[in-house]
Write a protein that binds this ligand. Structure first.
Ligand code: SF4
Length: 127
């Protein structure tokens, strides 16, 4: 995050990947930062720019434009997650955004029923 005398600010997320498409998987994280920093720091208005700094990619500074629709969609996800937490519902459930999830390979919602992770993250077969 870069603050300037004008009170305008920008949010950049550093990614140490050589995958030129990796940013697509983490765009939700950047939108979350946008909302969290704007509200938590009481900055009053959204950042003037968002982007990824990705030194190993072709486009080393990738600037992203997001609007009210993206922010509203993320707020809906945050509120839904908060309600689940208040109801103590911790079970992961499959959803459309799972295809973009970085932890899908170890997510219980996507494991075969006969192969689940134990409390230490080891794969265990149920009998
Ligand atoms: S793969 Fe699992 S952890 Fe990732 S979004 Fe889907 S349900 Fe959530």
């Amino acid at each position: 995050m870069v603050s300037r005398a004008t009170n305008a600010y920008r949010i950049y997320d550093l990614k140490c990947t050589a995958n030129d498409s990796y940013w697509r998987q983490t765009l939700g994280q950047l939108i979350f930062y946008d909302i969290a920093l704007t509200h938590y720091l009481d900055l009053g208005s959204p950042p003037e720019k968002l982007g990824f700094i990705q030194p190993k990619c072709k486009e080393q500074v990738l600037e992203i434009s997001i609007g009210a629709d993206e922010r509203n969609a993320m707020m809906a996800r945050i509120i839904s997650m908060a309600h689940n937490m208040w109801r103590r519902e911790w079970e992961a459930t499959k959803a459309s955004h799972c295809s973009m999830c970085e932890v899908k390979s170890s997510c219980p919602a996507h494991q075969p029923k006969s192969l689940l992770l134990d409390e230490r993250g080891r794969k265990r077969a149920s009998f």
